[in-house]
Design a protein around this ligand. Structure first.
Ligand SMILES: [Zn+2]
Length: 404
C-alpha cells in the first residue's frame, strides 16, 4: 500500500515536527472514559496537523513565488544582455566611422601643411582667411572625433562589463532557483505526509466516534471494562482469511508496485488468486473495531480486535469490494467481514491496488481500542504489524493453498 509506505518514508522527517505518537499506556483501562481521552488526543493531533499543513502550503507558495521572480529576472536580464550586445556593435561601428573620418581629415590636414601647392585644390579655399578657418575647423574636427571615439570606447567597456555582470547574475539566479526547487520538493513531501496523516486521523476519529457510540448504546458504564460489558469472545488461534488463494506479495520491504523505482515497506501480505466478490473471513473470533470506507489508497478496510490465548491482536482486511460487518460486531472465524476487491470494481476510488487481492495485516494490540496494549496512532500500528505468512504458516509466495 503506497499510502502506508510513503508515510513511513517521510515519517522520520516530519515526526519530530508534527507527530507525537500517542503514548501506549500498558495499564490503561478498557473503558469509555479511556476511549474518549484517546479521541480528544486524536482531535488535538488533527488540529495540529491542519495548522502544519497550512504553514507548509504557504511556505511552498512563497518558494514558488521566489522561483517565478528569479525566472522573470533572468528573462529581463537576457533582454538587457541583448541590448548591451547591440550597443557594443553600434559603438564599434561608430568608432570605425569616426576613425575613417579622422583619417580623411588628417590626410587633408597633412596635405594642407606639407604641400602648399595642393592647398587650393584640397581645401578649395578662396583666400588665406578662409584657409586658416579651414585649418582650425580641421583641428577642431579631429579633436571632436577623438573625444567621440573615447566616448564610444567607454560605452563598449560599460556594455561589455554589463554582459559579464548579467552572466554572473544569471548563474546566481539559477542557483537560487535550484535551491528553491529542492525546497519546494521537500515541502511537497512534507505536505503529502501531513495530508496522509490527516486523512488517516480523519478515518481514525470517525471510527473512534462510531465505536464510542456503539459502546454507549450497549449500555457500558463510563469506567466499566468494555470487554466485560460486551462479553467479547476469545479464541485459541487464527485461521486463513480466505478459503483458497496464493501469496502474491510478502510482508516487509519491496519494490513499490505503483512506482518500481522506490523501495517501500509493506505492512501486510497480499493474497491473490481470488476474483472480486470472494468471501473474506475473520481470521479469529473478535470484535470489529474499525472500518474505513473508500479510502483513496486502500479502499474499504475492516479491522478486527482479537483476544487469542490471552494476547491482544488486530487483523486488517483491505481493498474490500464490500464490507459485511459494522463497528462493534462480534465475529467468529466463520464470519464474513467483506469480499475481495482491489480489481476493476474498486479502481475508481482505490488508487493503491493493481489487481484483485486481499491485503491482510496482523498486528499486536488493539489498533483504535481502549485498555492495555491499545493505541490509536496509525504510525504506532505500522510498527506493531508482523509477518502473517510466518505466523499463520502460509505456503511460500506463488504456491496455491486451499482450505482454511
Ligand atoms: Zn498489500
Amino acid at each position: 500500500m503506497k499510502k502506508l509506505v510513503k508515510l513511513i518514508l517521510v515519517f522520520s522527517l516530519v515526526s519530530t515536527l508534527f507527530l507525537n505518537p500517542l503514548v501506549i499506556d500498558a495499564a490503561k483501562a478498557n473503558t469509555l472514559a479511556a476511549l474518549r481521552a484517546d479521541l480528544k488526543e486524536m482531535e488535538a493531533q488533527k488540529a495540529k496537523n491542519d495548522r502544519a499543513k497550512k504553514l507548509t502550503t504557504s511556505q511552498i507558495d512563497q518558494a514558488s513565488k521566489g522561483i517565478d521572480s528569479a525566472q522573470k529576472e533572468i528573462t529581463t536580464n537576457r533582454g538587457k544582455v541583448e541590448a548591451a550586445k547591440i550597443k557594443v556593435e553600434e559603438s564599434n561601428k561608430e568608432i570605425d566611422k569616426q576613425k575613417a573620418n579622422m583619417k580623411e581629415v588628417i590626410y587633408a590636414y597633412q596635405l594642407a601643411t606639407g604641400n602648399n601647392e595642393y592647398l587650393e585644390y584640397v581645401f578649395n579655399a578662396d583666400n588665406l582667411t578662409d584657409l586658416i578657418y579651414r585649418f582650425s575647423v580641421s583641428e577642431q574636427l579631429i579633436e571632436w572625433q577623438q573625444t567621440e571615439i573615447k566616448k564610444f570606447e567607454a560605452l563598449v567597456r560599460t556594455n561589455e562589463k554589463l554582459q559579464v555582470d548579467l552572466a554572473n547574475r544569471e548563474v546566481a539566479l539559477n542557483k537560487e532557483i535550484n535551491n528553491l526547487e529542492s525546497r519546494v520538493v521537500k515541502l511537497g513531501n512534507q505536505l503529502a505526509a501531513i495530508t496522509e496523516i490527516s486523512v488517516d486521523l480523519v478515518d481514525d476519529i470517525k471510527s473512534a466516534k462510531e465505536y464510542i457510540k456503539f459502546v454507549e448504546k450497549a449500555g457500558c458504564g463510563e469506567n466499566q471494562d468494555i470487554d466485560y460489558c460486551l462479553r467479547v469472545v476469545t479464541d485459541t488461534g487464527f485461521r486463513w482469511p480466505l478459503n483458497s488463494g496464493r501469496l502474491t506479495s510478502p510482508f516487509g520491504y519491496r519494490k513499490d508496485p505503483l512506482n518500481k523505482k522506490r523501495t517501500v515497506f509493506h505492512n501486510a501480505i497480499d493474497i491473490g488468486g481470488n476474483a472480486e466478490g470472494t468471501k473474506v473471513f475473520a481470521s479469529a473470533a473478535g470484535v470489529v473495531g474499525k472500518i474505513i470506507r473508500k479510502a483513496s489508497c486502500g479502499g474499504n478496510s475492516v479491522f478486527v480486535w482479537h483476544n487469542v490465548n490471552g494476547k491482544k491482536y488486530t487483523t486488517q482486511y483491505t481493498h474490500l469490494l464490500s464490507i459485511r460487518v459494522k463497528i462493534g460486531d462480534v465475529v467468529t472465524s466463520e464470519s464474513v467481514v467483506g469480499t475481495v476487491g482491489g480489481g476493476s470494481q474498486t479502481r475508481s476510488y482505490d488508487k493503491c491496488s493493481t489487481g484483485a487481492h486481499l491485503h491482510f495485516a496482523m498486528a499486536t494490540g488493539h489498533y483504535g481500542g481502549a485498555g492495555s496494549n491499545s493505541y490509536s496512532s496509525y504510525s504506532t500500528y505500522l510498527t506493531r504489524c508482523f509477518d502473517a505468512q510466518k505466523f499463520l504458516g502460509l505456503p511460500a509466495k506463488g504456491v496455491t493453498f486451499s482450505g482454511r
